[in-house]
Ligand binder design. Sequence first.
Ligand SMILES: [Zn+2]
Length: 1078
Amino acid sequence: MATPGGPRQGNFPPNYNSNALANNMENLQINQSNQQQSGNFGGSAYRPPNATPFGQQPPRFSGSRPGPPPPGVFLVGQSPPSGPAQTTFSPSLVSARSTGPPAVTQPAFFASRPPPPGASPSSIGGPATSAPSGFGPRPGPFPSSPLTSRPAFPPHMVTSGPASNGSPSFTPVLSQDGPRLPPAISSMPRPLVGPPQPPTMLSSGPSSQTLQMHPSFGARPSGASSAIGQPAPPFSAPPQSMIPPPGSLPFSAPQGMLQSSGSPYGMQTWPPQPQQVSPPPLVSGHMQQPQMFGMPPGPPPLPNQSMALNQTAQSKINPNQIPRLTSSSGVILHETRQGNQANPPPPATSDYIVKDTGNCSPRYMRCTINQIPCTVDLLSTSAMQLALLVQPLALPHPSEEAIQVVDFGENGPVRCSRCKGYINPFMKFIDLGKRFICNFCGFRDETPRDYHCNLGPDGRRRDADERPELCRGTVDFVASKEYMVRDPMPAVFFFLIDVSMNAIQTGATAAACSAINQVIADLPEGPRTMVGIATFDSTIHFYNLKRALQQPLMLIVPDVQDVYTPLHSDVVVPLSECRQHLEILLESLPTMFQNNRTADSAFGAAIKAAFLAMKSTGGRLLVFQSVLPSIGIGSLSTREAEGRTNVSTGEKEAHKLLQPADKSLKTMAIEFAEYQVSVDLFITTQTYVDITSLSVVPRTTGGQVYYYYPFSALSDPAKLYNDLRWNVTRPQGFEAVMRVRCSQGIQVQEYSGNFCKRIPTDVDLPAIDCDKAIMVTLKHDDKLQEGSECAFQCALLYTSIYGQRRIRVSTLSLPCTSILSNLFRSADMDAQFSCILKQAANEIPSAPLTQVRDQATNVCVNILYSYRKFCSTVSSAGQLILPEALKLLPLYILALLKSRGLRSDGRIDDKSFWINYVSPLPTPLVIPLVYPRMIAIHDLDEKESDDSIIPTPIPLSSENITDEGVYLIENGEECLIYAGDSVQPNVLQKLFGISAVTEISNQFVMQQQDNPYSKKVNAIINEIRGQRCSYLRLRLCRKGDPSGVAFFSYMVEDKMGSMPSYVEYLIHIHRQIQNKMP
Ligand SMILES: [Zn+2]
């Protein structure tokens, strides 16, 4: 029995044990060799369990999954114990609605069916070449905790040796015998306003029309320490002490130090953090001393500024020498606080490992500025946004310490009795520990008697380091009774499948059934996991899955205007009781409906009926939809046709198509949310389905939209299966509610993401998972004290998939400043851009596109203008000066303007999907969405593989594309492989098994060929899939057809129609700034 308030003994939720999860994920890797190849830690961490090798089709369920099948499962292809599955189902099943409780007439059994002619559901979309390896032991519903007694470092790391899979360790090379990091470093005082960051300047003298590029502006050779020679960063220890010159360093290889064996915690010492000093290097050259290209030697520019550009020198600018994202190799080790000060986080896109030393990990909460402006005026002057990007259940790095669970017993966690803020490391205990001061509202509260503890000489509680809630930025509290209005809900998964004519004929139904059939094996065992299934066309068909029945029983709901659900109790049943029936049914469905001639879809009625079936418990409704809903409640019209002309002519009413057609689905969605039903939509279609109207349902209920257009029965089932698998197996919570609290002076302005909001302060999340982020914009309501800290706390109350009620509390405390240049110095590029992207996406449906684009550019101009006017000492009007931390802002804004959402062309559904995709998008995926990663893969065969599995990215300019080359580009959502016209035939043969580019078809399914080159490319794609937690839709592209156009549309640095090139855009921005200058 845990003592009240003590660290919880046992019962750690298995699905949130990051290390257990990580182990599972690693076990799932099929290509073990890929893992070992990867060598360094880079990027191999986040690996969805579905990360099947690239090009593979969904694995057959038939015994290819290593290890025994879960109990109660018989394998597809084997005879079910209860006799052969059957085929034809009798058509005479329609029930008329009767008065009183819904009753079903004419229950009919499936008749038996001969073995299908060569097509089992799992063979649709191609057989698997190999299956994902087992998911590891499936945790029981209430396992005991692996963390009962807290290990010094994650158990996972203890066993990981050099050959361990996926989590190569990265103790510094010399650490075995070498000196340890001097302990003094972590406590070294650091100036709040540190020595300036070095500016990187690209400029030309006012008198010179020629812009000369400084040769050293370019990237240093990768691997060289980018920190060497770097002036001291704003927040951290002086770099000279952190990063002595090579040779004198106790840990050799500042960046590449992460490759030898051992734990990340370096035998319990925390290795130095070479890259976390100040925002880590993002852009080549920023470690250089002030560079005034083409400028006569003059006074050095102010710290912190990045680039100057002579607007008249346009033609002379070398596009290779303007700010760009460079990939950082190696893993960044990040302590969230050092020397009792907040440490600015590494870029969201970098590979980093966090040690929570009081502030929460940036994975869970990231602020757009890492110092908080004391006044609203200061914030407005900066023109920057103040917002938090929260992702409360984000997937941790496998090497990070698991979040600890704290049980305060019946009384629940200690909270401020005034503002209800949760106990955290920044609440200050006073009066010998008898009272504490809330860091949010300032209230002096009594310490509960059983939580009392004496203070040490430093004023901290003597037990502070032993209590996670007093020394960690993130903890999970066990929720006491007062946090429950009912018992924690079971894990309910309801599958709703479109069986209308179109869905059947395109293979979408078969693909969905196959995917579900394989995925149910991955659902948690135990009595708390419930499932249900229904199909729909112009009517809705439920299936009674009760074990007592010989065969699943079909129950038809014909009324699609006033919907009801038959047989509440037998439609949603424990998985353990119906696994067998479910499998038979899923195998039979495509054949049962193979001759269906009903083209209509009663989507709205179907989700309503499924909702009614789930209403008593709540749960997750997974809908597979292929056509535009045409009848019943929530039916829609093909308004795209009417609007298409408007779109192509760029008329200002075009955006109306991005507003839902009517309110009926929204009204339903709000009701769903109220009963804790969350909806995910898998849209497998070849036509317009009005995603705008449909997506209201997932957006309001904490779900998401998956989009397969144009659906291909050949290449899409693999992605569908993998998406579904990750969807149901990823860390997630149900019936959640979230609130963010702020210190006095700041308050939440607005939440943005996929949720339902019924009261102003909280967001309701029928479901939330590790991939969902919520943007929280902030506003001042008072002045903050210079020198104080402002804290933010995100509390998420949720039910785990195993039925535990938890409160995940993440706290971030940041310094307040009244100095404008501090704001620019501590700006977080990724978070800033996240904010701009999400706000633009929110704007698209309600404003003309040109206006949205202008707004984005204005945001950029205003920020840079403020910096230019108030912070820059460079007086030449011919120079564009960028703050170091935001030097990539113009590039990303330009990329945003050219993104699918903000371009004038394109299909309405594509645009709508993009808007939906952005809404819950986690920060690490924001920049890749607009500025994808491109790598060359034609020369990999010859290249020795270095430590990084993924080659160095190339800037997105067509100048970098040759006809002899093969390139891969990925944005976290899709992956295009482009082959130029003159690629060596042996490259094509080895990679794709074709002899000429002309053989590339648009229904390409990439297979792994039996040669090292192909395996290497497979390994890269697997690595990317793991990093992105996304299977990525793969397309092969060639010049001169639409696929090539799609590929080149990602070359965002090029001029595109009326859209400027990167250099032109910089000049445009510069002019705008000049126009504003007094
Ligand atoms: Zn308070």
